[in-house]
Ligand binder design. Structure first.
Ligand SMILES: [Zn+2]
Length: 363
């Protein structure tokens, strides 16, 4: 391990693959016990396999790491800048240290102890393999486009956010014969990509029995009736919509629903600054080091208020600056999407004010 401090004062631990302590492969991420602070209870070190960048979620440690072999170009550049500033020369980064810890390639990596049941893994794999087709289907389905339009979401905003649609007839494509049964419950759903430290997932909203012109609240109560498809379904793992561990901005707006997030994006908020929790339990250890502040903009109903106070408490404990901005309690709706649909841009002014103020404090 070599510690590098960048010109901006950012401390980065460049580590070697062989130093990873009992690593587990979790989709896009590897989790390992953190050898930097010496944890032995939790795999608090989470590293993106593709970029090599990772983070220790232990609040006291908070280390930023880069696995040299997984991103040799950047590792080399960082090490080079370090030598230039006269640091003692460490061994070349590709030289594995003497201490033998379990290597990344060991068999334990192949099987997570709490892996989801097979059907859930198959379901997720099937959805992942269709991501391009479902996004194309969103463009081509008149019905899905009409639905988005009536929720006030421009097609481009949805597409940029990775949203797709699974039209029922897609299931009858010959190449999907094998996956048909496992995908059936996703038919006629708007599909949103989710992310968590465990990897990718999806959440889908049913359009069953929706007709153009039907109010969202009317559709919702229709779906809540017996023997209707569930309004929302998720894969395992699920995650948050808009959560990109490496790109989240320093000041986050947390909303409840996927359509709330799309409404804020439609209003012009930056995609890296708005995360929809979509009912996935929030975990303080998920927040990467660059996140300094959060605006809790959950729904104005009882559930939203309860979640807000729980979350505010949790986030303050991890040292984040927290502001609350629930939707106003007036006649224009309890969530941001409903308000956006009904009164347009002025619906998000309260968030805009808090956001501008908070970004000024933390930047
Ligand atoms: Zn650590």
């Amino acid at each position: 391990m070599v510690t590098v401090v960048t010109r901006q004062g950012r401390r980065i631990e460049i580590i070697y693959q062989s130093e990873l302590c009992d690593p587990l492969n979790l989709g896009e991420y590897v989790r390992a016990y953190c050898h930097i602070h010496g944890s032995d209870h939790q795999r608090s070190l989470s590293i993106n396999k593709e970029t090599g960048w990772g983070h220790c979620f232990n609040a006291a440690c908070d280390a930023t790491v880069l696995v040299a072999e997984w991103n040799p170009a950047v590792a080399e550049r960082l090490l080079h800048s370090r030598y230039q500033r006269g640091a003692p020369i460490p061994p070349p980064y590709y030289q594995a240290p003497e201490k033998k810890l379990p290597p990344v390639s060991q068999p334990v990596l192949l099987q997570h102890p709490k892996a989801p049941p097979k059907w859930q893994r198959d379901e997720l794999a099937a959805l992942l393999s269709l991501s391009r087709q479902t996004r194309a289907a969103l463009v081509h389905s008149k019905r899905a486009r009409a639905y988005l339009y009536e929720r006030g979401i421009p097609l481009e905003v949805a597409l940029t956010a990775g949203v797709g649609y699974l039209p029922p007839d897609m299931l009858y494509m010959p190449e999907l014969k094998e996956k048909r049964e496992i995908l059936r419950r996703w038919a006629e759903r708007i599909i949103f990509p989710l992310t968590s430290p465990a990897g990718k997932g999806y959440i889908g909203r049913s359009l069953d029995h929706w007709q153009p012109g039907m109010d969202e609240n009317a559709h919702r109560s229709l779906l809540d009736q017996e023997r209707r498809p569930r309004r929302w379904i998720k894969t395992n793992p699920a995650g948050w919509f808009g959560y990109d561990l490496d790109r989240l901005s320093g000041c986050l707006i947390l909303v409840e629903g996927a359509f709330d997030r799309l409404s804020l994006l439609a209003a012009g908020f930056p995609p890296a600054g708005v995360v929809a929790l979509v009912g996935t339990a929030t975990q303080a250890e998920w927040y990467p080091h660059q996140v300094k502040a959060a605006i809790l903009a959950l729904d104005a109903d009882e559930g939203g208020k309860e979640a807000t106070s729980r979350l505010a408490c949790q986030l303050k404990q991890t040292g984040l600056c927290v502001k609350l901005c629930p939707p106003l309690q007036d006649k224009w709706g309890k969530d941001w999407n409903e308000r956006w649909r009904r009164i347009g841009p002025q619906s998000v002014w309260p968030i805009y004010e808090v956001y501008t103020e908070l970004c000024g404090i933390v930047s």
